[in-house]
Ligand binder design. Structure first.
Ligand SMILES: [Zn+2]
Length: 204
């Protein structure tokens, strides 16, 4: 339990009823999330996605990232594990990486949203987290408002990976839009010698 948690009221973030098995989420609000796991095709890449990025999930993710509600990383990690529970890679996995923030974004925001979720996923599932092995080396402007092609150009060589040769890994991100972030991150991982990359998104 960290400092923030200690002072955080353990009720549902959305309706303030008692939380259930997922921190800060009650069973009723959990059931209302639109969970439809399956593959989406983006840029010729099959991306496994869990939830629809609507309503309550959108609120949780937005408040987590933009209002620094860092304790919601626990809620989101549980939801991510729900997605991973449906996913079958068809072979043994070595672990996972997350799509990281660029250093400048990290400085401004004060935390790396996917890194916190990654640490929680590791804590809850025991799955290896190759923390820091995938880096965002170019600080790309916010993807919002850019066209698909602009996003693509914006992200070219935005990532660098290391020390993952021959591994089968999951690549995790929170929101899937055009798929270019996961695509570029996958390229960096393949360049670093990763054997198999499985891109997985919490929501789309
Ligand atoms: Zn609720």
């Amino acid at each position: 339990m960290n400092f923030l948690d200690f002072f955080q009221d353990h009720t549902c973030y959305l309706c303030h009823e008692e939380e259930g098995t997922i921190p800060y989420l009650c069973p009723q609000c959990r059931d209302r999330l639109d969970f439809q796991p399956g593959y989406r095709q983006k840029n010729g890449q099959a991306i496994y996605n869990g939830f629809f990025y609507t309503g309550s999930l959108r609120k949780i993710l937005t408040d987590y990232k933009f209002e620094s509600k860092t304790y919601l990383s626990k809620t989101l990690a549980h939801l991510f594990i729900q997605v991973l529970g449906q996913f079958d890679p068809g072979q043994d996995l070595d672990g996972f990486v997350v799509v990281p923030s660029a250093k400048e974004t990290l400085k401004k925001r004060g935390f790396d949203p996917m890194d916190l979720i990654g640490l929680e996923i590791h804590r809850l599932s025991g799955l290896n987290y190759y923390q820091g092995r995938l880096e965002k080396i170019k600080n790309t402007p916010l993807q919002l408002g850019l066209s698909g092609k602009e996003r693509e150009e914006n992200l070219v060589q935005a990532f660098r990976a290391r020390d993952l040769e021959g591994k089968n890994i999951l690549l995790l991100d929170d929101i899937l839009t055009t798929g270019s972030t996961l695509y570029q991150a996958s390229l960096a991982l393949e360049e670093a010698g990763v054997h198999q990359v499985y891109p997985i998104s919490l929501s789309a």
